[in-house]
Design a protein around this ligand. Structure first.
Ligand SMILES: Nc1ncnc2c1ncn2[C@@H]1O[C@H](COP(=O)(O)OP(=O)(O)O)[C@@H](O)[C@H]1O
Ligand SMILES: [Mg+2]
Length: 396
């Protein structure tokens, strides 16, 4: 008798879940990313017990057909990539095909979905060691509802690591905030224990976008920050940076998005730190909300399972653009300047094409793209940088 045996699918998934499903917030992140990848523009998030009791996410995306439901719950099954070439230019938030299988192995998971405007829809749940999937008809409009109950009920070690309800909900809310800042075109509705926490309507105009930023980052940030927007060949940077007087004791208001994906990156952090070096006291942290768009082929997102890290092929160009833009904006400030006193044109660098009137540095005169620059549209939809994407409703 040999000593080696295959792990049951559930056990293999539980091991994989160790990497991706750390706490309720990670489940919410994976499920919301799936809904966005499915082209949804309305997300309803219902939470009980900070997510350990219930996470229910309903979207109006493309839905999943009955024949695909068992695969959606299986490991290493995805509709998002086919080949390594696809991975090179991946535009979806997910692509590993692991999240649902992992979540299903450490919770009671069900998916109800409909991929058409007629017909009833179907519900799927997976059970047992082999995570066999049962599919039954169930009413649902086009779109998907994923329900995760009793997270970590069968992995007590994980459950023990959960912190207080307040802490866990704080993490979960942060996930929602980040996605709400990444996708101004999507409505978010977050409820906890029956109470409404965030109700964000789609933000199309600049005024609506500013309102969303104020409601997510706090009104003080918006009042004490500079809008900026600048292009370099193949790169586009926009967003808001906090005035030196708005510095923080913690690095808690720092958001950097690359092609709509929140990212923590050493190159970026270094560039920002350098830019603020002369205007911040030691130990203080700048606040910023920055969006970088770059050709997806120029950035590797397959560096880390939760995809929080990326690798830029041209990291020097990225560093230069961020450092240069921020440093210049900060250098032009005079003591006592308020953001309104700074000529927006001075901060805007080369003007960004104001698609749909969404140029962030609103006062800068819109013109065509800088000569020779080629900036692809953001993947996964419309960030505040503007250009709406092509049709997304297809299964992707
Ligand atoms: N909310 C959703 N709407 C439509 N399809 C979904 C949704 N969630 C998951 N899916 C489908 O299930 C598949 C597996 O999801 P997941 O395990 O998260 O892997 P990945 O997102 O990496 O593909 C996805 O590729 C997608 O086809
Ligand atoms: Mg996914």
């Amino acid at each position: 008798m040999g000593l080696i045996h295959r792990l049951s699918p559930r056990l293999a998934n539980q091991i994989a879940a160790g990497e991706v499903v750390e706490r309720p917030a990670s489940v919410v992140k994976e499920l919301l990313e799936n809904a966005l990848d499915a082209g949804a523009d309305r997300l309803e998030i219902e939470i009980e017990g900070a997510g350990s009791r219930l996470i229910r996410i309903r979207d109006n995306g493309c839905g999943i057909g009955a024949e695909d439901l068992p695969l959606a719950l299986a490991r290493h099954a995805t509709s998002k990539i086919d080949s390594l070439d696809d991975l090179e230019a991946v535009r979806t938030l997910g692509f590993r095909g692991e999240a649902l299988a992992s979540i299903g192995s450490v919770s009671r998971l069900s998916i109800t979905s409909n991929d058409s405007d007629e017909g009833p829809g179907h519900r799927a749940a997976s059970e047992g060691r082999d995570q066999a999937v049962t599919v039954t008809p169930a009413p649902h409009p086009r779109g998907t509802t994923v329900e995760v109950r009793d997270l970590f009920f069968n992995t007590p070690a994980r459950r023990k690591f959960l912190r207080t309800e307040k802490t866990e909900f704080g993490h979960l809310e942060e996930v929602v905030k980040r996605l709400a800042l990444a996708r101004f075109d999507v409505a978010f509705d977050l409820r906890h224990n029956g109470r409404s926490v965030h109700r964000l309507r789609p933000a199309d105009t600049e005024a609506e976008q500013r309102r969303r930023v104020a409601s997510v980052c706090g009104p003080a940030f918006l009042e004490q920050s500079l809008p900026l927007s600048r292009e370099a060949p193949g790169l586009r940077l926009a967003g808001w940076i906090g005035l030196p007087t708005f510095s923080r004791s913690q690095a808690d208001l720092q958001y950097f998005f690359v092609n709509g994906r929140i990212v923590r990156d050493k190159v970026v952090a270094h560039a920002v730190r350098q830019a603020y070096r002369d205007v911040l006291y030691h130990g203080r942290h700048p606040a910023y909300l920055l969006y970088l768009e770059v050709d997806p082929a120029q950035v590797d997102v397959n560096v880390h399972p939760t995809k929080h890290e990326v690798r830029f092929r041209e990291s020097r160009a990225v560093h230069n653009l961020i450092y240069g833009t921020l440093h210049r904006a900060l250098a032009e400030l005079r003591p006592g300047d308020s953001p309104a006193a700074v000529p927006a044109a001075a901060l805007a660098g080369e003007p960004v094409p104001a698609q749909g009137g969404l140029g962030l540095a609103g006062a800068a005169a819109p013109a065509g793209p800088a000569p020779g620059s080629r900036v692809p549209p953001a993947p996964g939809g419309r960030g505040p940088l503007g250009p709406p994407l092509g049709p997304q409703g297809t299964r992707n």
